[in-house]
Design a protein around this ligand. Structure first.
Ligand SMILES: [Zn+2]
Length: 416
């Protein structure tokens, strides 16, 4: 299976917003831009909500039928490892192989030596079209990169072969992710990681590197925008060269994880993609669930009461809910409103505090982050929550679709 130039990872924690999310892609298509939807839900989300990988497949298939979506679509087994890949085997046709756990653990000396031998020809100056400065490559550097990454790529290859044996090579898309490592990869590292991916026979169609700066869940990028823009463009240049040098799949492209709401870097991403004629896979971060809460609040009455109840419970359980996300959220407790004051809010006030509109004075980034990790509270409400979603479907769908289209797709893929 071949992944198209543009794709977007859409999360849907409670499996009710597939149609609304597709509506955003249908709108993009009407404006001449085809974007392939990839439903993704991680093992962690499944454990929190009590859903199973097969549910995501069923939700995706149902939404596709209901919207008469005839283009390709995928279901991503996001950040899987050998220990849980089998749970996703039947329902997924996109697999994100997470190598972060093995990065930094040394490979066998024999593997390292063989890798250095094979790629010794690159020692010296490496000119990468699109990067101004030439990259200097030494044998020691190749050896250091091999020691740091080769075992991780070898592990990814093991998982890849396991999936290939079960499904057949033609029946799924492979992504390699390294975004959860401790520091960004340099262009030279990226080049030789791609060499290793090719050496081990992984037909990766997307690769998720780590960039500098913080990619917190559901909020804007926090870091040096110019530095990010440089890294992003360098990665595009290196991928382009590596595809030719190592005979990787021609459609290999970058995947940006936790890509929701990174408004301050979308412009430089779009500019670099145009410059390199590059594609992109943008994984959003499950913020569709926040649009459900926005919709409930705006609906007023019982919907607003439920939104307030979710916040009150989340506030009381903030330590427990934030713990699994500790490295990807920054909540200042002092900036969280008390549940008593939130109780006095009307629907518009609640929605304004939650909606990610930095130009709005009422927007509270801490309130938003707490609610982002509070989906467990809604999951525990069970049918009562799902029923509220059904009762307020129209207003929720409108918020879900406009969030994806106006804030994300228009900014990155279509252009304003
Ligand atoms: Zn990731």
């Amino acid at each position: 299976m071949r992944l198209a130039k543009y794709s977007i990872g859409i999360g849907d924690r409670f499996g009710r917003q597939g149609k609304a999310q597709l509506a955003a892609l249908i709108k993009a298509k009407a404006r001449g831009v085809s974007i392939v939807p990839v439903w993704n839900k991680s093992h962690r989300e499944h454990s929190t909500i009590g859903s199973a990988p097969g549910d995501v497949r069923a939700d995706a298939d149902a939404a596709v039928r209901a919207c008469r979506w005839t283009d390709p679509y995928f279901v991503d087994a996001d950040h899987i490892a050998m220990g849980n890949v089998d749970l996703f085997m039947a329902s997924s046709d996109f697999f994100t192989l997470d190598v972060a756990d093995f990065t930094g653990r040394a490979a066998d000396e024999a593997d390292i030596t063989a890798f250095v031998q094979k790629h010794r020809g690159y020692v010296g100056s490496l000119a990468v079209p699109g990067i101004e400065e030439t990259l200097e490559v030494s044998e020691n550097q190749i050896r250091a990169i091999a020691s740091r990454f080769l075992l991780a790529v070898k592990e990814a290859a093991k998982i890849y072969r396991h999936i290939e044996a079960a499904k057949g090579a033609e029946n799924f898309v492979t992504e390699v992710s390294m975004d959860e490592t401790d520091r960004p990869q340099t262009p030279v590292e990226m080049f030789f990681i791609l060499a290793a991916i090719a050496d081990y026979g992984i037909p990766a169609q997307t690769i998720a590197p780590k960039f500098s700066g913080r990619f917190n869940k559901g909020v804007d990028y926090d870091g040096d925008v110019a530095r990010f823009a440089k890294e992003f463009a360098q990665d595009l240049a290196v991928i382009k060269l590596a595809v030719r040098q190592f005979h990787l799949p021609e459609n290999l492209k970058l995947s940006v994880h936790s890509g929701s709401d990174k408004f301050s870097i979308y412009g430089s991403m779009r500019e670099a993609m145009a410059r390199f004629d590059a594609g992109l896979h943008l994984k959003t971060a499950g913020t569709t669930w926040l649009e459900e809460v926005v919709g409930l609040a705006l609906a007023g009455g019982a919907g607003l009461a439920m939104a307030k109840e979710i916040y009150a419970k989340a506030l009381a359980r903030r330590d427990e809910l934030a713990a699994p996300y500790a490295t990807v959220i920054d909540i200042d407790e002092a900036a969280l409103p008390s549940s008593q004051s939130v109780d006095r809010w009307d629907g518009r006030t609640f929605a304004a505090a939650l909606k990610h509109d930095a130009s709005c004075e009422a927007y509270n980034v801490h309130f938003r982050q707490l609610l982002h990790v509070a989906y467990k509270v809604a999951a525990e409400m069970g049918d009562r929550y799902l029923q509220a979603l059904d009762e307020n479907e129209a207003i929720i769908a409108q918020n879900v679709a406009s969030n994806i289209y106006d804030r994300h797709i228009a900014a990155i893929f279509v252009g304003r």
